[in-house]
Every structure is written in C-alpha cells, then in structure tokens.
Design a protein around this ligand. Structure first.
Ligand SMILES: [Zn+2]
Length: 192
C-alpha cells in the first residue's frame, strides 16, 4: 500500500468512530499551547497527555520561536484564550547537526536528500542545486538548553505577548520520553 492509501485508510477508521468529537468547541478546552519540534519521534498528544480539543500544538523544525510560531501563539491567546505556554525542544534534534553555511552548501549542490553519517550531513546528488538557501535563516541549534532559554526569552519580550502568560521551557529526552525542565528558561518565562 502507498503512504497515501495508508493515510486515507487510517482516516476512514478514525472518522468511523468520530462520535462526540463533532461537538468540540474551537477554543482549546485546557487553555494552553505547546511549541515543539516536528521530529517524528515526538508525539505531544502522548508526552503531554492531550486529546482532541485540549490544547494548541505549534510545530516547526526545532520548535523555534520563529516569527511564524509567535504569530500562532498570539492568535492562540488573543483569539482563542490560551493562558499558559510551553516551549519544548528535545535531545538529538536534527537542528544541532548543521549550520546555515552547511545548508547553503548542500542545497547549492543538489536537491537530493543529504546523507547523515558520523561526520554530519553530506550531499549525495549530482548537480541541479540552488543558492536560494542563503536567504533563509535556518534557526539551527548549537546549545540545546540555551536554545530553549533564548526562545522563551524572545516570546516573553514580544510586545504582543502579555506578561500574565507563564512560558515554561523543557527539553524532551528521546531516549526516555521524559520532559526535563530548563530552569533558566522557566525563569525567563515567568509571568509578571
Ligand atoms: Zn528536532
């Protein structure tokens, strides 16, 4: 079966027992939001105990407080009433394994998927790349705890984010499933 068929088949099963979820209201019932990485090993519904209708989950590469993540967080509180936010990065994140320069080089060589080996990512294509990558800030991570602190601090300092919203900072451990607090981030994100 192709991935498309698998997904549509899974959706048939899901929709067949949709039940009371048709009555869920638009604002998240538990009034909180999580900003986290898109990494396939992370399932916020499971690691944070969510079900449909509970919370907003905003995901991107790294769980970065990018302009677009902040746009979503502001909509989350201003229009939909969330009152507490989590920034959750994780161990062994792909964003630790490259730099803007490396990405520019890889994309400049080809559009094939790079290979990840002990020495990091290498290009395996044969031409046909683009230099557009140099115009993108890839928001890579060099120090995991510090990246959580920086992202929480950026959200905290945003003029459209009210001081009453506490912002908690955590690193999810992909080897144990545990959320480990980054004390400096929770400090930086304290409500005021
Ligand atoms: Zn990641």
């Amino acid at each position: 079966m192709s991935v498309l068929d698998e997904v549509l088949s899974a959706n048939d099963h899901y929709a067949a027992s949709f039940g009371g979820k048709s009555e869920l209201s638009l604002p998240p019932a538990r009034r909180f939001a999580i900003l986290t990485c898109m990494d396939a090993r992370l399932d916020p519904a499971k690691y944070a105990g969510l079900t449909e209708g509970d919370a907003h989950v905003i995901r991107n590469a790294g769980g970065s407080a990018s302009d677009d993540a902040i746009r979503s967080l502001i909509i989350s509180y201003k229009l939909l009433g969330t009152r507490e936010w989590f920034v959750i990065h994780h161990t062994n994140c792909g964003m630790e394994f490259f730099s803007d320069d490396l990405m520019e080089g890889l994309c400049g060589q080809s559009l094939e998927t790079a290979a990840l080996g002990p020495d990091g990512f290498t290009d395996v294509g044969s031409g046909g790349g683009s230099h557009e990558a140099k115009y993108i800030d890839w928001l890579t991570i060099s120090d995991m705890d510090q990246s959580v602190i920086d992202d929480v601090a950026r959200i905290r300092a945003h003029p459209l984010v009210p001081g009453r919203i506490p912002i908690y900072g955590y690193v999810y451990d992909v080897t144990t499933g545990k959320l480990n607090e980054v004390a400096g981030a929770t400090e930086a994100g304290r409500a005021r």
